[in-house]
Ligand binder design. Structure first.
Ligand SMILES: [Zn+2]
Length: 391
């Protein structure tokens, strides 16, 4: 296997507290990385670096772990800019626009779905994302949901069955029949193509009892639970996530102290999606309360055509710092190691021996520039499994 020395790193964020300055970012200055094939073989001070076959000099730039975007709906057809404009003119976000995307997605060819997803994935990669989760939920039919997961699997192993996104119009008069379909034939068709089961547990979507029913069926089919919860109102999402030992509950805009304690005690990650709060002009979650209580916080884009048409993790980092009062270091950790925990992965979100060689080289000497220069092109290049994939 060919080894590569990455040198000239002004600041290396490893997310390994045993390396570097002792902080949770495990930061080193004047550092180097050695890659062996797809893995990191060594990380440390440049002066101590072992020799390698090839040498890449990043000329004084910062290197951070690749972003782990643990919550996206990146496979869909159509777009909803008119809905966005109406919302910015004062109409509230209700989640009802999902049906617009369902209609466009059902009508699209598989190649259209594939090309749209590839375009968004290219944007994500060029802004430093190396691991991405992708959900179904825009077909809401047996064959359609399976098709969305099959297309998602072409890009990622982190695929999530979200048949319980909303109840489609044709089942409006019989929710129970739709839930039976989701927990029966649809789950059966989708389980082989998914790692995770998810439910949109919120006002206008699914109730607590409905959520429990779908999660229990998914778990019985061998899927791991995660949830959309507490976005639009204080609902039972966080409680149910704790009950099921879910990897993550996502949104968390409306939490009470007892929810925060339940997430901490059950080890459920709180995944915050500031792109959605920004794009729906909604309140941001209380990240400080979660962090101060000892809950693991992740940041993700929620990339979807309705409430967060965002592919940039650096934008989410900037919003988390500016609007949610996270420090630049906390936000970077949450967008990398936090996302890895939300996906129960320990091979990504860090740069130490044995980890996947997934990283972003910044057009800057420090990770702080991710939040300090919002909207700027801060990521110079992106590497995944030891190879350059963007920049
Ligand atoms: Zn979502």
């Amino acid at each position: 296997m060919t080894s590569t020395l990455i040198t000239g790193i002004a600041e290396l964020v490893t997310n390994d507290p045993s390396l570097g300055d002792g902080s949770s970012l495990g930061m080193l200055h004047t550092a180097a990385l050695v890659l062996d094939g797809e893995r990191v073989a060594w990380a440390g001070r440049a002066a101590d670096a072992p020799s390698a076959d090839l040498r890449v000099d990043v000329e004084g730039r910062a290197v951070v772990p690749g972003f782990v975007d643990s919550h996206t709906h990146m496979v869909f057809a159509g777009e909803r800019s008119a809905e966005f404009a109406a919302r910015m003119a004062g109409e509230p976000y209700t989640g009802g626009g999902i049906m617009t995307t369902v209609a466009a997605t059902r009508a699209a060819s598989t190649d259209e779905l594939r090309f749209g997803a590839a375009r968004r994935l290219a944007e994500m990669r060029s802004s430093g994302t190396t691991t991405v989760e992708a959900k179904s939920g825009y077909a809401l039919t047996v064959d359609g949901e399976r098709r969305l997961l099959e297309v998602s699997r072409e890009s990622t192993d982190e695929t999530t069955f979200l048949g319980a996104h909303v109840v489609p119009a044709e089942y409006a008069a019989d929710r129970d029949a739709y839930l039976a379909l989701v927990c029966g034939e649809m789950l059966e068709a989708c389980a082989a193509h998914a790692r995770w089961i998810d439910v949109f547990c919120d006002k206008g979507a699914f109730s607590g009892e409905e959520t429990r029913r779908v999660l229990a069926a998914g778990v019985a089919a061998g899927l791991l639970p995660r949830l959309h919860g507490n976005q639009l109102e204080h609902g039972p999402g966080a409680t149910i996530a704790a009950e099921f030992g879910a990897a993550s509950v996502d949104h968390c805009t409306h939490l009470r102290a007892e929810d925060v304690a339940a997430l901490r005690d059950a080890g459920v990650v709180a995944t915050l999606l500031p792109g959605a709060d920004f794009s729906t002009r909604s309140p941001y979650p209380d990240a400080r309360a979660l962090i101060d209580a000892g809950v693991t916080v992740a940041l993700a884009t929620d990339c979807n055509p309705g409430s967060s048409y965002v592919t940039s993790m650096p934008l989410c980092v900037a919003l988390a710092v500016r609007e949610m009062r996270m420090t630049p270091a906390e936000a970077l950790w949450s967008a990398t190691a936090g996302g890895a925990r939300a996906l129960r992965r320990d091979d990504v979100g860090r740069l130490a021996a044995g980890a996947s060689a997934d990283f972003a080289v910044l057009q800057a000497p420090s990770h702080v520039h991710l939040a300090y220069r919002p909207g700027s092109r801060v990521v110079a290049s992106t590497w995944k499994s030891g190879g350059r994939i963007a920049g």
